[in-house]
Design a binder for this molecule. Structure first.
Ligand code: GRF
Length: 196
């Protein structure tokens, strides 16, 4: 199960991987928090079920959280992946999918949490940037880390070039690690995550 808000290039990488039965995982459905995302179009093109749960269609955030939880739970996913999903889920969702909800973020956490990871990394002047796959908890980009991949920052990088280089590494990591998780399972002991 994959949640998206935007272009869905990470989703596409997963859909492409799932095209090979040897990969061992499948995308059961794709959910979005808004209409008209390219991510949902990509899912439809791949013949994958989709749904949209907008906060504005519910009386309050808690009602949206419950509706999103029910929509995802209906597919009984082993793993829920936030791939550019721009909403913080609430306590109902986190309880239902404890230790089963991961997010991919375009920085080496705990550095540069938030929505401008590559820009913040560039402005800070770091020489190495990257992407992090982590279990979502109640904080913003604070949960236990599953995997990280590093990319070098070039002297002439702009926000656009660094963002794209990170995304290429991020997509490879997502496909590799999700495949390993679904195939071999995972354990979480405090902050330590082990696959297999
Ligand atoms: C990813 O780089 C992710 O880290 C960030 O948003 C981007 C989503 O890209 N939170 P896409 O929608 O998968 O193309």
């Amino acid at each position: 199960m994959v949640l998206v808000s935007g272009s869905g290039s990470n989703l596409q990488a997963l859909l492409d991987a799932c095209g090979d039965p040897a990969y061992g995982a499948q995308v059961l459905a794709v959910g979005a928090d808004r209409h008209g995302t390219y991510g949902v179009e990509r899912a439809e093109a791949a013949g994958v079920a989709t749904f949209v749960e907008r906060v504005s269609d519910h009386p309050d955030r808690a009602a949206w959280d419950s509706a999103l939880t029910a929509a995802v739970a209906a597919y009984e996913p082993d793993l829920v992946i936030s791939a550019g999903f721009l909403k913080l889920v609430g306590p109902t969702f986190l309880e239902e999918f404890t230790d089963r909800y991961v997010n991919t973020h375009n920085s080496l956490l705990p550095s540069f949490a938030g929505i401008h990871g590559p820009r913040d990394a560039l402005e800070y002047g770091v020489k190495v940037a990257g992407a992090t796959l982590f279990f979502v908890d109640a904080g913003v980009d604070t949960g236990p880390i599953v995997a990280q991949v590093a990319v070098e920052v070039a002297d002439d990088d702009t926000e656009e070039t660094l963002t794209e280089r990170i995304k290429q590494a991020e997509r490879r990591q997502l496909v590799d690690v999700v495949g390993a998780m679904v195939g071999r399972g995972w354990t979480i002991d405090g902050r330590k995550v082990t696959i297999g």
